[in-house]
Design a protein around this ligand. Structure first.
Ligand code: NAI
Length: 298
Protein backbone atom coordinates (compact mmCIF):
# COMPACT_ATOMS: atom_id res chain seq x y z
CA UNK A 1 0.00 0.00 0.00
CA UNK A 2 1.71 3.14 -1.27
CA UNK A 3 1.07 6.85 -0.84
CA UNK A 4 2.91 8.14 -3.91
CA UNK A 5 1.53 11.54 -4.91
CA UNK A 6 -0.31 11.87 -1.61
CA UNK A 7 0.31 14.65 0.92
CA UNK A 8 -0.12 14.06 4.65
CA UNK A 9 -0.22 16.50 7.54
CA UNK A 10 0.60 14.98 10.90
CA UNK A 11 0.22 17.26 13.91
CA UNK A 12 2.44 16.79 16.93
CA UNK A 13 4.77 14.65 14.84
CA UNK A 14 8.03 15.74 16.47
CA UNK A 15 8.05 12.69 18.75
CA UNK A 16 6.05 9.77 20.09
CA UNK A 17 3.11 8.49 18.03
CA UNK A 18 3.12 11.34 15.51
CA UNK A 19 6.76 10.72 14.61
CA UNK A 20 6.04 7.01 14.07
CA UNK A 21 3.06 7.81 11.81
CA UNK A 22 5.15 10.34 9.84
CA UNK A 23 7.97 7.86 9.28
CA UNK A 24 5.52 5.12 8.23
CA UNK A 25 3.61 7.24 5.72
CA UNK A 26 6.83 8.75 4.32
CA UNK A 27 8.37 5.29 3.99
CA UNK A 28 5.40 4.38 1.82
CA UNK A 29 5.83 7.39 -0.44
CA UNK A 30 3.71 10.16 1.13
CA UNK A 31 5.01 13.71 1.24
CA UNK A 32 4.65 14.64 4.88
CA UNK A 33 4.21 17.95 6.67
CA UNK A 34 5.70 17.29 10.08
CA UNK A 35 3.98 19.70 12.45
CA UNK A 36 5.09 20.13 16.04
CA UNK A 37 5.07 23.05 18.41
CA UNK A 38 7.97 21.43 20.25
CA UNK A 39 6.82 22.29 23.75
CA UNK A 40 6.85 20.30 26.98
CA UNK A 41 4.29 17.68 27.98
CA UNK A 42 2.05 20.28 29.67
CA UNK A 43 2.09 22.45 26.54
CA UNK A 44 4.48 25.11 27.77
CA UNK A 45 7.37 26.32 25.62
CA UNK A 46 8.06 25.83 21.92
CA UNK A 47 10.94 24.76 19.71
CA UNK A 48 11.29 24.12 16.00
CA UNK A 49 13.90 21.41 16.53
CA UNK A 50 11.43 18.55 17.19
CA UNK A 51 9.73 18.81 13.78
CA UNK A 52 13.05 19.41 12.03
CA UNK A 53 14.61 16.28 13.58
CA UNK A 54 11.83 14.08 12.19
CA UNK A 55 12.07 15.76 8.78
CA UNK A 56 15.79 14.99 8.83
CA UNK A 57 15.08 11.35 9.69
CA UNK A 58 12.60 11.06 6.81
CA UNK A 59 14.93 12.78 4.36
CA UNK A 60 17.86 10.58 5.42
CA UNK A 61 15.71 7.52 4.66
CA UNK A 62 14.98 8.85 1.16
CA UNK A 63 11.56 10.32 1.91
CA UNK A 64 10.06 13.75 1.40
CA UNK A 65 8.97 15.96 4.30
CA UNK A 66 8.75 19.56 5.44
CA UNK A 67 8.72 20.94 8.99
CA UNK A 68 6.11 23.21 10.53
CA UNK A 69 6.11 24.73 14.01
CA UNK A 70 2.66 26.32 14.25
CA UNK A 71 0.33 25.53 17.13
CA UNK A 72 -2.85 23.61 16.40
CA UNK A 73 -4.53 25.46 19.28
CA UNK A 74 -5.65 28.60 17.40
CA UNK A 75 -7.64 29.14 14.21
CA UNK A 76 -4.67 31.02 12.71
CA UNK A 77 -2.36 28.14 13.62
CA UNK A 78 -4.66 25.60 11.98
CA UNK A 79 -4.86 27.69 8.82
CA UNK A 80 -1.08 28.11 8.77
CA UNK A 81 -0.48 24.38 9.12
CA UNK A 82 -2.73 23.49 6.19
CA UNK A 83 -1.32 26.38 4.14
CA UNK A 84 2.22 25.12 4.84
CA UNK A 85 1.32 21.75 3.32
CA UNK A 86 -0.30 23.41 0.31
CA UNK A 87 2.72 25.67 -0.17
CA UNK A 88 5.25 22.84 0.19
CA UNK A 89 3.40 20.10 -1.70
CA UNK A 90 0.38 21.62 -3.47
CA UNK A 91 -2.40 19.54 -1.92
CA UNK A 92 -3.64 17.81 1.25
CA UNK A 93 -4.93 14.24 1.15
CA UNK A 94 -4.40 13.05 4.71
CA UNK A 95 -4.64 14.73 8.09
CA UNK A 96 -3.68 12.98 11.31
CA UNK A 97 -4.83 14.99 14.34
CA UNK A 98 -2.30 13.79 16.88
CA UNK A 99 -0.93 16.81 18.79
CA UNK A 100 -1.58 16.59 22.49
CA UNK A 101 -0.68 17.76 25.99
CA UNK A 102 -1.58 16.74 29.53
CA UNK A 103 -2.69 18.79 32.54
CA UNK A 104 -3.94 16.08 34.90
CA UNK A 105 -5.58 16.91 38.20
CA UNK A 106 -8.47 15.58 40.29
CA UNK A 107 -11.62 17.31 39.08
CA UNK A 108 -12.26 19.25 42.29
CA UNK A 109 -8.81 20.80 42.01
CA UNK A 110 -8.72 21.43 38.25
CA UNK A 111 -8.49 25.12 37.41
CA UNK A 112 -9.79 26.95 34.34
CA UNK A 113 -6.36 27.19 32.71
CA UNK A 114 -6.01 23.39 32.80
CA UNK A 115 -9.40 22.97 31.15
CA UNK A 116 -8.76 25.60 28.48
CA UNK A 117 -5.26 24.44 27.56
CA UNK A 118 -6.27 20.80 27.09
CA UNK A 119 -9.51 21.53 25.21
CA UNK A 120 -7.67 24.06 23.03
CA UNK A 121 -5.01 21.61 21.88
CA UNK A 122 -6.93 18.34 21.60
CA UNK A 123 -10.48 19.26 20.71
CA UNK A 124 -10.43 22.78 19.30
CA UNK A 125 -7.04 22.04 17.73
CA UNK A 126 -8.64 19.26 15.72
CA UNK A 127 -11.35 21.71 14.61
CA UNK A 128 -8.83 24.37 13.65
CA UNK A 129 -6.68 22.08 11.49
CA UNK A 130 -9.47 19.87 10.17
CA UNK A 131 -11.62 22.71 8.90
CA UNK A 132 -9.21 24.08 6.27
CA UNK A 133 -8.01 20.55 5.47
CA UNK A 134 -11.60 19.31 5.07
CA UNK A 135 -12.33 22.22 2.73
CA UNK A 136 -9.39 21.26 0.50
CA UNK A 137 -10.35 17.56 0.62
CA UNK A 138 -14.01 18.28 -0.14
CA UNK A 139 -13.01 20.44 -3.12
CA UNK A 140 -10.81 17.69 -4.58
CA UNK A 141 -13.30 14.92 -3.77
CA UNK A 142 -10.83 12.90 -1.72
CA UNK A 143 -9.47 12.92 1.79
CA UNK A 144 -8.68 10.98 4.93
CA UNK A 145 -8.80 12.37 8.47
CA UNK A 146 -7.67 10.38 11.48
CA UNK A 147 -8.05 11.86 14.95
CA UNK A 148 -6.48 10.62 18.13
CA UNK A 149 -9.05 9.91 20.81
CA UNK A 150 -8.36 7.99 24.00
CA UNK A 151 -9.67 5.32 26.32
CA UNK A 152 -9.49 8.06 28.93
CA UNK A 153 -12.51 9.79 27.42
CA UNK A 154 -14.32 6.79 25.97
CA UNK A 155 -14.08 4.66 29.11
CA UNK A 156 -12.98 7.13 31.81
CA UNK A 157 -9.78 7.76 33.74
CA UNK A 158 -9.26 9.35 37.13
CA UNK A 159 -7.70 12.82 37.06
CA UNK A 160 -8.34 13.48 33.39
CA UNK A 161 -11.68 15.33 33.26
CA UNK A 162 -10.25 17.90 30.84
CA UNK A 163 -8.40 15.39 28.66
CA UNK A 164 -11.17 12.77 28.75
CA UNK A 165 -13.83 15.28 27.73
CA UNK A 166 -11.65 16.52 24.87
CA UNK A 167 -10.91 12.99 23.68
CA UNK A 168 -14.58 11.94 23.83
CA UNK A 169 -15.35 15.12 21.89
CA UNK A 170 -13.02 13.92 19.15
CA UNK A 171 -15.09 10.75 18.80
CA UNK A 172 -18.17 12.92 18.28
CA UNK A 173 -16.37 15.14 15.79
CA UNK A 174 -15.31 12.00 13.91
CA UNK A 175 -18.91 10.76 13.64
CA UNK A 176 -20.17 14.07 12.29
CA UNK A 177 -17.32 14.64 9.83
CA UNK A 178 -17.72 11.10 8.53
CA UNK A 179 -21.33 11.91 7.63
CA UNK A 180 -20.45 15.30 6.13
CA UNK A 181 -17.53 13.86 4.16
CA UNK A 182 -19.39 10.81 2.87
CA UNK A 183 -20.58 12.38 -0.37
CA UNK A 184 -17.17 13.88 -1.12
CA UNK A 185 -14.76 10.96 -0.85
CA UNK A 186 -13.62 12.06 2.61
CA UNK A 187 -13.32 9.29 5.21
CA UNK A 188 -12.91 10.18 8.86
CA UNK A 189 -11.97 7.80 11.65
CA UNK A 190 -10.35 7.91 15.08
CA UNK A 191 -7.94 5.83 17.08
CA UNK A 192 -7.65 5.30 20.82
CA UNK A 193 -4.04 4.16 21.19
CA UNK A 194 -1.90 2.96 24.05
CA UNK A 195 1.81 3.47 23.43
CA UNK A 196 5.03 3.99 25.32
CA UNK A 197 5.82 7.69 24.81
CA UNK A 198 6.80 10.57 27.06
CA UNK A 199 3.06 10.93 27.80
CA UNK A 200 2.84 7.47 29.36
CA UNK A 201 6.32 7.35 30.87
CA UNK A 202 6.23 5.20 34.04
CA UNK A 203 2.51 4.43 33.63
CA UNK A 204 2.48 1.25 31.56
CA UNK A 205 4.73 -1.07 33.57
CA UNK A 206 5.48 -4.35 31.82
CA UNK A 207 3.25 -3.44 28.90
CA UNK A 208 5.55 -0.62 27.79
CA UNK A 209 8.02 -2.92 26.02
CA UNK A 210 5.19 -4.35 23.88
CA UNK A 211 3.45 -1.15 22.86
CA UNK A 212 5.91 1.00 20.95
CA UNK A 213 4.46 3.91 18.94
CA UNK A 214 5.43 2.03 15.76
CA UNK A 215 2.84 -0.65 16.56
CA UNK A 216 0.04 1.93 16.20
CA UNK A 217 1.11 3.31 12.81
CA UNK A 218 -0.05 0.42 10.55
CA UNK A 219 -3.69 1.11 11.50
CA UNK A 220 -3.15 4.82 10.86
CA UNK A 221 -1.61 3.99 7.47
CA UNK A 222 -4.62 1.83 6.58
CA UNK A 223 -7.11 4.52 7.64
CA UNK A 224 -5.08 7.07 5.65
CA UNK A 225 -5.01 4.95 2.49
CA UNK A 226 -7.37 4.96 -0.46
CA UNK A 227 -8.09 1.28 0.31
CA UNK A 228 -9.69 2.32 3.61
CA UNK A 229 -13.27 1.02 3.53
CA UNK A 230 -14.55 2.47 6.81
CA UNK A 231 -15.62 5.90 8.04
CA UNK A 232 -16.89 7.17 11.38
CA UNK A 233 -15.22 4.38 13.35
CA UNK A 234 -13.04 4.47 16.45
CA UNK A 235 -10.38 1.81 17.00
CA UNK A 236 -8.54 0.71 20.10
CA UNK A 237 -4.94 0.04 19.05
CA UNK A 238 -1.88 -1.04 21.00
CA UNK A 239 1.05 -3.32 20.31
CA UNK A 240 -0.52 -4.81 17.18
CA UNK A 241 -3.88 -5.54 18.84
CA UNK A 242 -6.69 -3.68 17.11
CA UNK A 243 -10.39 -3.64 18.06
CA UNK A 244 -13.32 -1.45 17.16
CA UNK A 245 -14.86 0.63 19.94
CA UNK A 246 -18.58 1.10 19.43
CA UNK A 247 -21.28 3.34 20.83
CA UNK A 248 -24.10 0.92 21.49
CA UNK A 249 -27.59 1.29 22.85
CA UNK A 250 -29.48 -1.36 24.78
CA UNK A 251 -32.78 -2.68 23.49
CA UNK A 252 -34.44 -0.45 26.07
CA UNK A 253 -37.98 -0.40 27.37
CA UNK A 254 -41.09 1.58 26.55
CA UNK A 255 -42.65 2.35 29.91
CA UNK A 256 -46.40 1.70 30.20
CA UNK A 257 -46.47 4.35 32.91
CA UNK A 258 -43.75 6.96 32.32
CA UNK A 259 -42.87 7.90 35.89
CA UNK A 260 -39.72 8.12 38.01
CA UNK A 261 -40.95 5.06 39.94
CA UNK A 262 -41.23 3.01 36.73
CA UNK A 263 -37.72 4.05 35.76
CA UNK A 264 -36.46 2.94 39.20
CA UNK A 265 -38.24 -0.39 38.91
CA UNK A 266 -36.99 -1.08 35.37
CA UNK A 267 -33.48 0.43 35.52
CA UNK A 268 -31.77 -2.96 35.41
CA UNK A 269 -33.67 -3.91 32.27
CA UNK A 270 -32.95 -0.50 30.73
CA UNK A 271 -29.25 -0.98 31.50
CA UNK A 272 -29.05 -4.61 30.42
CA UNK A 273 -26.32 -5.09 27.81
CA UNK A 274 -26.27 -8.88 28.04
CA UNK A 275 -29.60 -9.60 26.37
CA UNK A 276 -30.13 -9.59 22.64
CA UNK A 277 -30.99 -6.45 20.73
CA UNK A 278 -28.07 -4.09 21.24
CA UNK A 279 -28.38 -1.26 18.72
CA UNK A 280 -25.42 0.44 17.06
CA UNK A 281 -26.94 3.61 15.61
CA UNK A 282 -25.00 4.99 12.66
CA UNK A 283 -26.31 8.55 13.01
CA UNK A 284 -28.83 10.70 14.84
CA UNK A 285 -31.31 9.91 12.05
CA UNK A 286 -30.76 6.21 12.61
CA UNK A 287 -31.28 6.68 16.36
CA UNK A 288 -34.53 8.55 15.71
CA UNK A 289 -35.74 5.68 13.55
CA UNK A 290 -34.94 3.19 16.32
CA UNK A 291 -36.87 5.27 18.86
CA UNK A 292 -39.87 5.73 16.54
CA UNK A 293 -40.02 1.98 15.90
CA UNK A 294 -39.84 1.14 19.63
CA UNK A 295 -42.59 3.63 20.46
CA UNK A 296 -44.78 2.32 17.64
CA UNK A 297 -44.35 -1.25 18.89
CA UNK A 298 -45.01 -0.15 22.49
P1 NAI B 1 3.91 13.11 22.85
O1 NAI B 1 3.92 14.11 23.94
O2 NAI B 1 5.17 12.41 22.51
O3 NAI B 1 3.35 13.73 21.50
C1 NAI B 1 2.50 14.83 21.43
C2 NAI B 1 3.15 15.85 20.52
O4 NAI B 1 2.23 16.92 20.30
C3 NAI B 1 4.42 16.45 21.12
O5 NAI B 1 5.50 16.27 20.23
C4 NAI B 1 4.06 17.92 21.31
O6 NAI B 1 5.14 18.81 21.12
C5 NAI B 1 2.98 18.13 20.27
N1 NAI B 1 2.10 19.26 20.57
C6 NAI B 1 1.58 19.59 21.77
N2 NAI B 1 0.85 20.71 21.68
C7 NAI B 1 0.90 21.09 20.36
C8 NAI B 1 0.32 22.16 19.64
N3 NAI B 1 -0.45 23.07 20.25
N4 NAI B 1 0.56 22.24 18.31
C9 NAI B 1 1.34 21.32 17.69
N5 NAI B 1 1.92 20.28 18.34
C10 NAI B 1 1.70 20.17 19.66
O7 NAI B 1 2.79 12.04 23.27
P2 NAI B 1 2.11 10.85 22.43
O8 NAI B 1 1.83 9.79 23.41
O9 NAI B 1 2.87 10.53 21.21
O10 NAI B 1 0.69 11.51 22.06
C11 NAI B 1 0.20 11.61 20.74
C12 NAI B 1 -1.31 11.66 20.78
O11 NAI B 1 -1.81 10.40 21.23
C13 NAI B 1 -1.88 12.68 21.78
O12 NAI B 1 -3.03 13.29 21.21
C14 NAI B 1 -2.26 11.84 22.96
O13 NAI B 1 -3.25 12.45 23.75
C15 NAI B 1 -2.73 10.58 22.28
N6 NAI B 1 -2.78 9.40 23.12
C16 NAI B 1 -1.64 8.81 23.54
C17 NAI B 1 -1.70 7.68 24.33
C18 NAI B 1 -0.49 6.93 24.74
O14 NAI B 1 -0.64 5.84 25.33
N7 NAI B 1 0.72 7.43 24.46
C19 NAI B 1 -2.98 7.15 24.80
C20 NAI B 1 -4.13 7.79 24.22
C21 NAI B 1 -4.02 8.89 23.43
Amino acid sequence: MRFDGRVAIITGAGGGLGRAHALELARRGAQVLVNDLGGSLDGSGASSSAAQRVVDEITAAGGVAAPNGDSVATPAGGQAIVQAALTAFGRVDILVNNAGILRDKAFHKMDQAMVDAVLDVHLKGAFYVSQPAFAAMRAQGYGRIISTSSASGLFGNFGQANYGAAKAGLAGLTRVLALEGAGHGVKVNAIAPIAATRMTKDLLGDLSSRVSPETVSPLVAYLAHEDCSVSGNVYSVAGGRIARIVVAETHGVVLAENTAESVRDRIEVIDDVTGSGLHLPTSLDDETTIIAKALAEG
